[in-house]
Design a protein around this ligand. Structure first.
Ligand code: GLC
Length: 464
C-alpha cells in the first residue's frame, strides 16, 4: 500500500462516525435540548423561544414586506399571500460587502435601511406616503427574543463580526434607522431563517398539521421546531398574558450543539479550522456540518498531504495558489469532488487544478475524492443528530404517523445525495425504520414567505 493510501485511510477514519458515536451524540442532543429549555447557559444549546405561537394553514392573505440578512446577500421583498397556499413575490438582492459584515453597527443598519428605501422607491412608490407597512425581518443569527419583534443579539456566526451590535436590540436599531430615513415601515417580527422555513413549509402544505421542524443546511446550520409551552421551564408564561396558545416555536441554534466537545468528534483539522474562525469555541457543531466549512476542511487535508510530500506528482504549486489561502475553498468544490463519478476522477482533476492550482495523478485524485466523501458523509451523519434528537425529544411518533420536515440551504439542495445520506444515518438511530415515515421537502423562500407570515400575525404598529 502506498504512503498516500495509508494516509488517506487514516484521514477517512478520523472523519468517520460509528453507529455508537452517532447514538451517543443523539442521546446527548436530547439531554441538551431539555437542559436548554430549562435554563440559559452560555455554552449550552440556546433553545430560544421565538414568540411565534401559531403555524399557518395556507389560508393567510395580505401583502407584507420581508427582508433577509443571514449570509452573503441582503434581500428585500414584498410578498403577496394569496390565501390558497400560494403567493407572489417581488424581490431584489444585494451582496453584503465585507466592510459591512465586519464593520460598525451604524453602517450596518444604514446599509439595510438604504436598500429598503431603494426597493420601496422602485416597486412601491405609492406606499411611501401612506401608513406603515408591516415587515418581517429574517435575521439568521442567535437572538434572545423578548417579544416577536424585540431581542438582543447573542453572538455573530458565519463570518460576521460587528462587535458593537452584540447585546443590542436588532429590531429596535433597524426601526430607528428606518424612522430616521422617514421610511413608512414597521419592523413587526424578527424571524430566524429556520422559523421562516417552518412557517413557509406549513403554509405551502396546508392541511398537514405535522410539520414539526424547519431546518437550514446552508452556509450555517440550524433548526426550529414546535414545542409545548409547558415544556419550556425557562419561559415565564405568567409574564406574557398576551400569549394564549399552548405552543411556541423554538429556535434551537443547534449550530451551537456541544460547544464543549463532550461528544461530537474533533480531529486535528477541526481544531485548526476552529482557531481561525471569528467565533472560536462556539458553533462547534456547525463547523463540522455546514457549507461554510466543508471546503475549508478539504483544503486543510490537501494542504497537509502537500506538506507531507504525499502528492509526488503535483508540480510545484505557486506560492500564491489558493491552496495556501485560508477559506479560499468553497463547499461547492468538496461537493463536486465528493460526487465525482467520472472516469479517472477527471472532474476532481479539474477542480483541484482550478481551485487550488494542483495537478494531480489519477491515484491522487481518487485519494482526494475519498477524503471529500468522508467529509460529506460526516456532515450528513451529524445532520441526522439534531433531527433524530428533536423527534425523540418531542415523542412526535407517539402522536402522529408521519412527521414532516421543511428544509432549505445550499448543502441540502446541492450537496450530492445529502438527504439520502442523512436518511441512512437516521435509520441507525433509535428511529430505525420510522425514518421512512419522515417526509422532507425543500421549503424555498422561508425567509420571504415565512417572514411575511410572521409579520401577518404581529400586532399592527398602532397597537405595538
Ligand atoms: C447560524 C445562525 C443561525 C441560522 C443558521 C442558518 O447557525 O446562528 O441563527 O439559523 O446559521 O442560517
Amino acid at each position: 500500500m502506498s504512503a498516500l493510501q495509508k494516509y488517506v485511510d487514516e484521514v477517512v477514519k478520523d472523519f468517520t462516525i460509528s453507529k455508537e458515536k452517532l447514538n451517543e451524540c443523539v442521546d446527548y442532543f436530547v439531554e441538551q435540548t431539555r437542559e436548554g429549555l430549562r435554563a440559559n447557559d452560555v455554552k449550552s444549546l440556546p433553545m430560544i423561544p421565538t414568540f411565534v405561537t401559531d403555524v399557518p394553514n395556507g389560508k393567510e392573505k395580505g401583502t407584507f414586506l420581508a427582508v433577509d440578512l443571514g449570509g452573503t446577500n441582503f434581500r428585500v421583498c414584498s410578498v403577496n399571500l394569496l390565501g390558497n397556499s400560494d403567493f407572489t413575490i417581488t424581490q431584489e438582492k444585494w451582496a453584503v460587502p465585507r466592510t459591512i459584515m465586519r464593520g460598525s453597527s451604524a453602517d450596518f443598519y444604514k446599509f439595510m435601511a438604504d436598500h429598503i428605501g431603494k426597493f420601496l422607491t422602485k416597486h412601491h412608490s405609492d406606499k411611501l406616503e401612506g401608513p406603515k407597512i408591516k415587515m418581517g425581518f429574517t435575521f439568521s443569527f442567535p437572538v434572545v427574543q423578548t417579544s416577536l419583534n424585540r431581542g438582543k443579539l447573542l453572538r455573530w456566526t458565519k463570518g460576521f463580526n460587528i462587535p458593537d451590535a452584540v447585546g443590542t436590540d436588532i429590531c429596535e436599531c433597524l426601526q430607528k434607522e428606518l424612522d430616521k430615513q422617514n421610511l413608512p415601515v414597521h419592523v413587526a417580527a424578527l424571524v430566524n431563517d429556520t422559523v421562516g422555513t417552518l412557517m413557509a413549509r406549513s403554509y405551502g402544505k396546508s392541511g398537514n398539521a405535522h410539520t414539526l421542524i424547519g431546518c437550514i443546511f446552508g452556509t450555517g446550520t440550524n433548526g426550529a421546531y414546535r414545542e409545548k409551552i409547558s415544556n419550556i421551564p425557562k419561559f415565564d408564561a405568567a409574564a406574557h398574558p398576551e400569549i394564549t396558545s399552548d405552543m411556541m416555536v423554538i429556535n434551537t441554534e443547534w449550530g451551537s450543539f456541544d460547544n464543549a466537545l463532550k461528544h461530537i468528534p474533533a480531529n486535528r483539522f477541526d481544531v485548526d479550522l476552529n482557531e481561525r474562525t471569528p467565533n472560536p469555541g462556539f458553533h462547534m457543531f456547525e463547523k463540522r456540518v455546514s457549507g461554510m466549512f466543508l471546503g475549508e476542511l478539504l483544503r486543510l487535508v490537501i494542504l497537509e498531504m502537500y506538506k507531507k510530500n504525499l502528492l509526488s506528482a503535483i508540480k510545484s504549486v505557486p506560492e500564491d495558489a489558493k491552496l495556501f489561502q485560508d477559506w479560499s475553498a468553497d463547499s461547492a468544490i468538496t461537493a463536486a469532488i465528493d460526487g465525482d463519478s467520472t472516469s479517472n476522477y477527471a472532474t476532481t482533476g479539474y477542480m483541484l487544478r482550478d481551485a487550488f492550482g494542483l495537478l494531480a495523478t489519477p491515484e491522487e485524485r481518487e485519494a482526494i475524492h475519498r477524503v471529500a466523501r468522508a467529509i460529506g458523509d460526516r456532515s450528513a451523519a451529524l445532520a441526522a443528530v439534531p433531527i433524530a434528537g428533536l423527534i425523540l425529544h418531542t415523542k412526535a411518533f407517539e402522536r402522529v404517523d408521519t412527521i414532516d420536515i421543511g428544509g432549505d440551504g445550499s448543502v441540502v439542495e446541492f450537496y450530492p445525495e445529502f438527504e439520502k445520506r442523512v436518511r441512512d444515518a437516521l435509520r441507525k438511530t433509535a428511529l430505525g425504520s420510522k425514518e421512512a415515515n419522515i417526509s422532507f421537502g425543500i421549503s424555498k423562500d422561508g425567509s420571504g414567505v415565512g417572514a411575511a407570515l410572521c409579520a401577518l400575525v404581529a400586532e399592527d404598529p398602532e397597537d405595538a
